[in-house]
Design a protein around this ligand. Structure first.
Ligand code: D5M
Ligand code: FE
Ligand code: ZN
Length: 487
């Protein structure tokens, strides 16, 4: 047994899976069984019902693309599409005065408060300025925006909650409550349950987030139709993985699909790109050294050259990332036409803002690049840059795409906070972290779609290890996710 095969076998056993003889045979035949198994384990994480025995059929979809295709009977799937844009930013001009910010946060507070109050146990909740004046222990439920948080070594923690007029303090004692509140992020809207004896401070007994209620997914597509999710191409960067991306494009064209993939390739109708199409210019210090194409317009020309190879029966939805030509503050309008004219001229391309909500064949997608993950991941105790899907689930609990103001994610104070997660999507798609990951939370599929860029010097210095060339795709008829490996 090779070292890699041994490692692969042990990894499966450690995670509690058995291997069928056929699957074992397949692992024996391939070059990198360990990589394949690690990708499989990652994919299995997102399944609610996990298999006991790993069969050959679990491994095959993850195989490197390019294996000779069998010749199945040709089918003629319908080429129709169904896309409805529910919301998306047009990037209205906002000056950003104190008044604008006040109005922005008040809109966020009121709408998230209403979400919390729509739950039966919080209907009678108050806010810091409407907490009753009392002089004996009284039970209260207070909804507020978190304005500060202090955690103490001895086990306690204090957060301050505010509304537009007043502030109260809530103290948390005991390991269990401290753990719960350690997940609180500044500017989130939460409800604290507890007691007060003065109407100014609360001894907390619980804290709850707006969260999503477990949902039964909206009616799935009536046909096997696939949406391919990707992001962070970084075209123009020396580290853009041209060959691998070309092999992906060939695959989309039905030119090099492997075993059992014809049914999939024939039924792909949507390609969603969650930002960072190009590497941009002047995005970080000394970026020129890592640029192959130093002109932004030329980068988009090259991007359009690549994407023109996507068959026209596949609609391409593109939102901007922080490397694209768009407003750097969220919400961001679609990539500017002035820079990306060649993309706009592709017939099958739809350019949208970040965030956008799109209904595709009865499946609601929430699309965002995921810039705020830079803030959320370090702030949360159980999150890391290797499993971005976990932080995405936390955003669903916050019901907000960028809860904390004043960190790395810049916000434009529009009158209505479009970063609030409403409606609850079926699929929440982001990128930015350059590592793919899939998770399911209360009926919502959270997918981070990885990257096509190798490790930059900056990422090396930060210990960020990208996982490029892996592409998740979703069958909209049954929400099954398959990940394909083009490395
Ligand atoms: O971001 C790709 C990944 O690298 C993402 O996890 C953030 C991290 N990154 C990249 N540049 C920076 C800087 N300057 N500060 C902090 N984190 C960074 P991308 O948007 O593709 O550059
Ligand atoms: Fe990126
Ligand atoms: Zn990015």
């Amino acid at each position: 047994m090779s070292e890699s095969l041994k490692a692969a076998y042990n990894a499966l056993l450690r995670s509690g899976y058995q291997l069928s003889p056929d699957a074992f045979q397949l692992l024996k035949e391939i070059k990198e069984p360990e990589l394949l198994v690690s990708n499989l384990l990652k994919q299995l994480e997102s399944l609610e019902k996990k298999p006991l025995i790993i069969e050959r059929s679990h491994l095959e979809p993850l195989l490197r693309i390019g294996a000779p295709a069998p010749a199945p009977a040709p089918s003629k799937p319908s080429l129709t599409h169904s896309i409805e844009v529910i919301s998306g930013s047009d990037g209205q001009y906002i000056e950003g005065t104190i008044h604008d910010f006040r109005r922005y946060f008040l809109d966020r507070f009121n709408r998230l408060k209403d979400m919390l109050k729509s739950r039966a146990d919080m209907r009678d909740a108050v806010t810091p300025s409407t907490i009753p004046e009392v002089n004996k222990h009284t039970r209260v439920k207070v909804i507020g925006m978190i304005s500060s948080k202090k955690e103490f070594k001895n086990g306690g923690a204090i957060i301050e909650l505010e509304d537009d007029l007043d502030t109260i303090r809530a103290s948390f004692r005991g390991d269990e409550l401290k753990k719960k509140v350690s997940r609180a992020m500044l500017d989130e809207v939460v409800c604290v349950f507890g007691t007060t004896s003065n109407g100014k401070s609360v001894f907390a007994e619980d804290i709850v987030w707006p969260d999503i209620t477990p949902k039964v997914r909206s009616p799935a597509a009536r046909r096997n139709v696939y949406a391919v999710l990707t992001s962070d191409l970084h075209i123009g960067s020396k580290l853009f993985m041209r060959q691998q991306f070309e092999s992906f494009l060939k695959w989309l064209r039905g030119e090099n699909f492997g075993v059992q993939q014809k049914e999939i390739v024939d039924n792909i109708r949507y390609l969603i790109i969650a930002g960072d199409v190009v590497d941009g210019v002047g995005v970080y210090p000394n970026q020129e050294e890592e640029l192959l194409i130093k002109d932004l317009n030329k980068q988009y020309e090259e991007a359009a050259n690549y994407l023109s190879m996507v068959p026209e029966h596949i609609k391409i939805i593109i939102i901007p990332g922080n490397h694209d030509a768009s407003r750097p503050t969220l919400p961001s309008p679609p990539i500017y036409r002035d820079f990306a004219a060649p993309l706009y001229s592709l017939k099958n391309v739809i350019m949208l803002g970040d965030p956008s909500v799109v209904k595709i064949e009865d499946t609601t997608f929430l699309l965002t690049h995921g810039k705020s993950l830079d803030d959320v991941i370090p702030a949360l105790p159980d999150c890391n840059f290797k499993e971005p899907q976990k932080a995405m689930v936390e955003l669903l609990k916050s019901r907000h795409l960028a809860p904390t103001y004043g960190e790395k994610t810049a916000l434009a104070p529009e009158p209505r906070d479009s970063l609030i997660i409403d409606p609850v999507p079926d699929v929440f798609h982001a990128g930015h972290v350059h590592v793919w990951g899939i998770s399911e939370y209360r009926g919502v599929l959270a997918v981070n779609s990885g990257t096509w860029q190798g490790q930059t010097k900056y990422q090396l210095s930060m210990g960020i290890e990208p996982a490029p060339g892996i592409v998740p795709l979703i069958n909209l008829a049954n929400f099954k996710v398959i990940t394909l490996n083009f490395i």
